[in-house]
Ligand binder design. Structure first.
Ligand code: TRP
Length: 334
């Protein structure tokens, strides 16, 4: 049986990149009786990126509500908050001791932070970089390996992290004996590179996201702000260079997407395209938005759901961690 697992970092409001990259494929996978699925809120990951406690707590509620509003059935999937499963943190240390520092030196996120420092002419290339950022991929490996995950649906930027989880697992298995399952990243075709308002990858770090459940008016306003070029209505346009088209494609069926390609060739105006995109996305999200608002208004209900999920997660993580501890020699004496 296949085990699918993915997590979303709780650093802000859920956005349409989260929806297309994790929530929608996750909900679809969990409806398949041939898969076991684990979905979680990566709240300890969020400490790497921000230090605003209220924002973190709020984001946890919002992202949890988004999963549920989008149709996740917490009976079918194991749905939990990372910090409610302490075995993950304990595994993180064990894996940290199996991880080559050189492997972490090669992580894109760390390298990008060093490159920024160098570009800014800082004498210390590690300026402002915490050990949390540096070892972030090890925590992610623990998330994945703890549940014997085979498939990890993620955005293209996370592929390297899943490969690192494989490296770490292989090293552990080689040294201590077959323990971990080798995970594989699954990157959806259209979700691979969802661009944001400014055309760069949609990410909370770039502050260019479209919140998944922005009220209708705000959604329209944001879509109207998406960057285009100066081509006039009537001029044929290249859909593959268009942020509006990429977002449309992530929501629409292949047939609708092919039709839209023709409208680009026929010179659809940017204003008209923005209106079409707004109507399409809004139509897809309207029902879930109502449910989302109800859930945000009942945090107790969401809290109970997460705790029940953590209990189920720990039915797996507790005995497995006991095995792992035994394998490395952390054992009762008598
Ligand atoms: N690092 C992921 C991101 O920023 C979130 C994440 C944390 C994750 N742990 C995970 C994703 C485990 C998949 C599996 O998008």
């Amino acid at each position: 049986m296949e085990t699918v697992l993915t997590g979303i970092t709780t650093t802000g409001a859920p956005h349409i990149g989260n929806y297309v990259g994790a929530i929608r494929p996750g909900v679809a996978a969990s409806a398949d009786p041939g898969t076991r699925s684990f979905f979680f809120l990566a709240d300890y990951h969020s400490l790497v990126k921000g230090r605003d406690p209220d924002r973190m707590a709020r984001s946890t509620l919002e992202i949890a509500a988004a999963w549920l509003a989008c149709g996740l059935d917490p009976q079918k999937a194991v749905f939990y908050r990372q910090s409610d499963v302490p075995e993950i943190m304990e595994l993180t240390w064990i894996l940290t001791c199996m991880t080559a520092k050189g492997l972490m030196n090669r992580a894109h996120a760390y390298k990008a932070a060093v490159a920024d420092n160098e570009a800014a002419g800082d004498r210390d290339p590690d300026k402002g970089i915490t050990m949390g950022l540096f070892s972030y991929p090890i925590l992610m490996a623990a998330d994945i390996l703890m549940f014997r995950t085979s498939k990890v649906p993620v955005g293209a930027d996370q592929i390297q992290h899943v490969e690192m989880a494989r490296d770490i697992a292989a090293r552990f298995n080689h040294h201590y004996g077959e323990t971990f399952v080798m995970p594989e990243a699954v990157v959806g075709e259209t979700s691979a590179v969802l661009p944001g308002l400014d055309g760069r990858k949609m990410s909370k770090s770039y502050d260019n996201t479209i919140p998944l459940f922005a009220p209708e008016k705000r959604l329209r306003k944001l879509i109207m702000k998406i960057k285009t070029n100066s081509q006039e209505p009537g001029e044929p346009k290249d859909p593959d260079q268009s942020t509006l088209f990429s977002i449309y494609r992530a929501f629409a069926t292949p047939e609708e997407t092919a039709e839209m390609r023709e409208r680009y060739a026929a010179g659809i105006g940017w204003g008209e395209m923005k209106q079409a995109l707004f109507e399409y996305v809004n139509g897809q999200l309207a029902d879930a938005r109502g449910e989302y608002e109800r859930l945000i208004a009942s945090p107790d209900h969401v809290e109970r759901t997460l705790r029940a999920g953590a209990q189920r997660a720990r039915e797996v993580s507790r005995p497995f961690l006991a095995e792992i501890r035994h394998a490395v020699g952390v054992r009762p004496l008598g």
